[in-house]
Design a protein. Structure first.
Length: 234
């Protein structure tokens, strides 16, 4: 899979992409991530990427020209079928992403992520360049770089072979409409607080049943909105 990020702050992403599982996935050739500075596609000597909004109002808006030119340069080099590619504009007003979206993203051959800044980007980027505007939550950040890192992290870990054990994602929160069951590790007793006996007994059927029951209980308590319609829901 290939991921291109269009940003005016590529150095914000570099440290995150060069650590831990994402770093390993890159070294193993599971994902090819490239950062592009939108400023490199400006036409003036000040490398200006923003301007005042037409109609007035506060703040600055990112101009369409450098973003379109940057995206076109990337797409020209990264040839491939259009249907294997998704252009996402990170945007507070976009569709709010959930786990199944990242599953879908992980099956694309090519993702192109556009990070806005300031008051946002010229509407023509959303309308005529991006396939979709996506949001990481109902709040406003200063730029699209942190959302882009989030999208990359949540997507790359779902590419087959990236995690040590592909089965581990199957029991994770949101995977089947439930939050994850409680986890314990050594010591069995910590400051008088005990690990549930069933987990120490080695009876896998009983452990499985306990985990299912706890996952339903926790989901009903914390996120009743996601359990609706689940087969385990009473
Ligand atoms: C300060 S925000 C612009 C907010 C915009 N004026 C609004 O009211 O929706 C600047 C940039 O940060 C990014 N951004 C902010 N919040 C985001 C969110 N919740 N999800 C995805 N991107 C976000 C977008 O790329 C956006 O263009």
């Amino acid at each position: 899979m290939r991921i291109d990020v269009l940003t005016i702050f590529p150095s914000m992403l570099e440290p995150v992409l060069n650590e831990s599982i994402i770093k390993r996935a890159r070294s193993a050739g599971k994902v090819d991530i490239r950062l592009h500075n939108i400023r490199d596609y400006t036409l003036d000597k000040h490398r200006k990427v923003d301007d005042r909004p037409y109609g007035g109002g506060c703040g600055m808006v990112m101009m369409p020209e450098p973003i379109f030119s940057c995206a076109e340069a990337v797409l020209k080099k990264a040839k491939g079928p259009k249907n294997g590619r998704r252009i996402l504009l990170l945007s507070a007003r976009g569709r709010k992403l959930v786990q199944k979206d990242f599953q879908a993203f992980s099956s694309y051959k090519h993702l192109l992520l556009i990070c806005g800044h300031y008051e946002g980007v010229d509407e023509r980027v959303a309308r005529d360049l991006a396939d979709e505007e996506v949001s990481v939550g109902d709040f406003v950040l200063t730029g699209g770089e942190i959302p882009a890192m989030l999208v990359i992290d949540a997507t790359v870990r779902l590419i087959p072979g990236v995690l040590g054990n592909d089965d581990s994602v199957k029991s994770e929160s949101f995977q089947d409409g439930l939050l994850e069951y409680p986890q314990y590790t050594r010591p069995a007793e910590f400051r008088g607080k005990k690990t549930p006996k069933v987990l120490l007994g080695g009876d896998h059927a009983k452990i499985e049943a306990w985990r299912k029951k706890e996952a339903v209980k926790i989901t009903k308590k914390i996120r009743p909105d996601i359990i609706i319609g689940h087969k385990q829901a009473p």
